[in-house]
Design a protein around this ligand. Structure first.
Ligand code: NAD
Ligand code: ZN
Length: 327
């Protein structure tokens, strides 16, 4: 069915992109601005958007267009997934993280009760439109966040891509267009392959994409839902922490972690946290939705470019690792 109208949900910081996208659509479009930041990924904000859809008499021929970073994609995607049992969704990611990771794969959702993404759905976009030109205005810190997810993708799934990142770190930090295009293309391709094998995260295969995220999500929420530690930064630190666990389990040797740390440093990324309350972390982890039959699951490295999912990480090992991180 071809759409009859579009609701363009846009992050205030990229309002100009929303206007350009709305003008390029060949159906009437209404633009709705959303305040930047993780706080907008809430049920209250979803409710406000439902109100806009209601007012616009939206039906299944109404396309929701998400213009912004992962926050907008997750929020607008969740609204598209749930309003009238599902509206078509077009993603126009403008942050590096959204271009190479969050806009692909169909996971949408909002935060609730202090837990990241706990209310959500699987809703595949009809299309994802990536233009690297939008990255020109992205703050350097946000570029690093995107690079954090890219490193996670390569480190977990593709040794050749990881080596390419090692060799091209400088070009990536400088946002060289050809390097960015290659990185985004490869990350989306690798993620899409895994998602195709397990679109609804049933077989466990898709869980490998969560490397760095079991520890990462907790770091992010203990920092106050992304205010002092951004998602991509938390994932990078989480990846290093989870490598220490993999080392302790005898899955990898320290040289693998050392290569990861070196590439994060080359990209100007932090890989350790100063203060952390292990008690809080344990509490937050116990509420992680990746838990299965009450056991936390980790996607741990088996080497560069390969990882396996396990629920067999002894509690005392986890605690020791987190305490070491906190130093
Ligand atoms: N659905 C998924 O599969 C998935 C995967 C990874 C992350 N996520 C989610 O994505 C979110 C993080 O995404 P993010 O890092 O894009 O955060 P974000 O959406 O908050 O964007 C980061 C910042 O960059 C600004 N911005 C975006 N594009 C810009 C541009 N072109 N120029 C200038 N400023 C720009 C935004 O206003 C914001 O301040 C988290 O909520 C995370 O949970 C979802
Ligand atoms: Zn992520």
């Amino acid at each position: 069915m071809s759409p009859s109208q579009a609701i363009v949900v846009v992050d205030e910081n990229v309002h100009h992109v929303g206007q350009r996208v709305a003008a390029a659509l060949d159906v009437p479009a209404r633009i709705v601005s959303v305040s930047p930041g993780e706080k907008s990924k809430s049920l209250a904000e979803a409710e406000r958007l439902y109100g806009v859809l209601l007012e616009a008499r939206a039906d299944r021929a109404t396309c929701v267009v998400a213009v912004g970073g992962g926050v907008i994609g997750d929020l607008a995607g969740y609204v598209a997934a749930t309003y009238a049992r599902g509206l078509p969704l077009l993603m126009v990611p403008t942050s590096l993280l959204a271009q190479l990771d969050s806009s692909v794969g169909g996971k949408v959702g909002v935060n609730f009760g202090g837990i990241k993404n706990i209310v959500g759905a699987f809703h595949q976009p009809v299309a994802v439109h990536v233009a690297t030109d939008w990255l020109a205005t992205l703050p350097a810190r946000e570029v690093r966040c995107g690079l954090g997810e890219a490193v996670r993708c390569a480190f977990t799934l593709d040794a050749a891509l990881f080596a390419w990142i090692e060799a091209n770190a400088r070009a990536l930090v400088q946002l060289e267009p050809a390097a960015m295009r290659h990185l985004i293309h490869e990350c989306c391709r690798r993620k899409a392959q895994v998602v195709q094998e397990d679109p609804l995260e049933r077989s466990g295969r898709r869980m490998v994409l969560n490397a760095g995220h079991t520890v990462g999500h907790v770091l992010e929420s203990s920092a106050g839902l992304g205010e002092s530690l951004r998602h991509g930064e938390a994932v990078a630190i989480g990846l290093v922490a989870e490598c220490r666990i993999a080392e302790a389990l005898g899955w990898i040797d320290a040289a693998v972690t050392a290569r990861l740390v070196a590439v994060l440093e080359a990209l100007g990324m932090q890989h350790a946290v100063p203060r952390l309350d292990p008690e809080y972390v344990m509490h937050a982890m116990s509420r992680d939705k990746k838990a299965h039959h009450g056991k936390l699951r980790f996607a741990l490295a088996r080497g560069i470019g390969t990882a396996d999912v396990t629920a067999d990480v002894p509690l005392d090992l986890l605690m020791t690792t987190l305490q070491a991180l906190a130093r």
